[in-house]
Design a binder for this molecule. Structure first.
Ligand code: HAM
Length: 421
């Protein structure tokens, strides 16, 4: 029996509305990143597995069970990229750019993680990502968080998300903290959930992420990382916080914020929402001052972020801030054969003026009105023999169901005005 045609589980087609969000993200993100002197870089979809397996942390869920790793015909182990940061560092090193610090890059595209699919969590998902290499200044942290904030503001989401921020300190501090936390969790092991019991041995920091009530109770009394930070780390972090406040960016210091990926040092942050079920982070990032050296490059400090575009789309839907590709489109509704031919030429002229025009052939007026409604075009331009004779067209604003008669001269200006409303 023929297999039913469908996408692979957790992987979906991006259609009209979601494509509109994806394209908006690339437009807005690229513009804002370029204004801050970030250069675009497009990275391969897959890399040698070592790029990700060695770098994201042996104990991270991604490496343990979430990568799509396979052998190619040359028996090389390859991995579909589960994130951009390690690939970006690989690119920096393999293109000999490590001598040209500082460098700023942005990228975007699909990523692949074999996670359990649910709302806001897919096996192929999409990110817009920025990385700043070669600066240890707290102002670099503020620059990165501010770019992310500016991008989300253009979507009208700045008041609808919360920013959580923390410092993990340098590697030594976080290793010391991890051990103290491990001991505390071992002392309370009977009170933890089953999954957290397993994590104590492998990666106790992940227990801090748990949403299970039993774990939350234990975690609430756990030692805080703050006590383990060096004076430089504390100063760096308070500098970041002070400068974010100066920019008017509100944040919440969450001493329990740790990240799933293990390369982070010092500042880490998440932009979160409570509108997408258990998937709270719509964007996240942090500093990773040891990663480049651990991948064979020189010691270069770095910081970056990634925005989850799929989650942004779902959040825009919740707040009805999403746009479809059919907004800002004018649909021509000619009545009769003369009007149809006239309409064909009119469509060409209007498009030359930069107006997006949709035009279908040989359909009844009833059918055209139905299509206009279904597709969500913002304007309809209606004209039959009478209108052509009088030199006046009917513009119907579909969003507010209002009609207006407009003379043929100046039609393009009137349409542009209506479409920009
Ligand atoms: P991440 O926290 O793994 O960080 O992912 C960043 C964002 O990607 C998440 O906040 C979420 O919005 C989205 N995301 C992650 N997994 C999925 C999924 N399965 N389905 C849908 N959306 C998802 C990183 O990837 C780091 N590389 C960020 C970074 C850049 N750190 C420094 N520079």
């Amino acid at each position: 029996m023929a297999q039913k045609l469908q996408t692979v589980r957790g992987i979906r087609d991006l259609l009209d509305g979601e494509i509109a969000t994806y394209n908006r993200m690339i437009d807005i993100g690229s513009r804002i990143a370029s204004l801050h002197n970030y250069d675009e870089i497009l990275l391969p979809i897959f890399e040698y597995s070592s790029v990700f397996l060695r770098t994201l942390g042996d104990a991270s869920d991604i490496v343990n069970k979430e990568t799509y790793t396979f052998s190619d015909r040359d028996k090389r182990s390859l991995t579909l990229r589960p994130e951009f940061t390690a690939a970006m560092v690989r690119s920096l090193i393999s293109n000999g750019l490590t001598q040209e610090m500082p460098k700023r890059f942005f990228t975007h595209g699909p990523l692949f993680r074999h996670e359990r699919p649910q709302q806001g969590r897919y096996r192929q998902f999409h990110q817009f990502n920025c990385e700043l290499f070669g600066s240890n200044s707290p102002l670099a942290d503020v620059e990165i968080i501010n770019i992310l904030y500016l991008i989300l503001s253009e979507f009208g989401l700045e008041d609808k998300i919360k920013i959580e921020i923390n410092s993990l300190g340098d590697k030594e501090s976080s290793e010391k903290y991890t051990e103290v936390l491990r001991q505390y969790l071992i002392d309370n092991i009977d009170r933890l959930s089953e999954i957290s019991k397993e994590r104590v041995a492998i990666n106790p920091l992940r227990v801090l992420d748990s949403k299970d009530d039993r774990d939350i109770e234990v975690i609430s009394k756990a030692p805080s990382i703050e006590q383990f930070l060096t004076s430089e780390s504390l100063e760096h972090f308070s500098n970041v916080c002070a400068n974010l406040s100066l920019l008017g960016i509100k944040y919440n210091i969450n001493r329990r914020l740790v990240r799933g990926l293990e390369y982070y040092t010092h500042t880490v942050f998440e932009f979160i929402t409570d509108k997408l079920g258990t998937q709270k982070a719509i964007a996240a990032g942090g500093r990773y001052n040891d990663l480049i050296e651990s991948m064979g490059g020189p010691a270069i400090p770095a910081i970056g972020f990634a925005i989850g575009i799929d989650r942004i789309h779902e959040l825009l839907q919740v707040y009805q801030l999403n746009k479809t590709n059919k907004n800002h489109t004018c649909y021509l509704i000619p009545i009769g054969n003369t009007a149809e031919v006239y309409g064909f030429n009119l469509a060409l002229k209007l498009r030359q003026k930069g107006i997006k025009v949709a035009f279908d052939y040989n359909l009844s007026t009833k059918k055209r009105l139905k299509i206009a409604d279904r597709e969500g075009y913002s304007l309809c331009l209606i004209f039959g023999d009478d209108e052509l004779k009088n030199g006046e067209f009917i513009i119907r604003n579909m969003n507010i169901s209002q009609e207006k008669r407009v003379p043929i001269e100046g039609l393009d200006k009137a349409l542009i005005q209506f479409l920009s409303m």
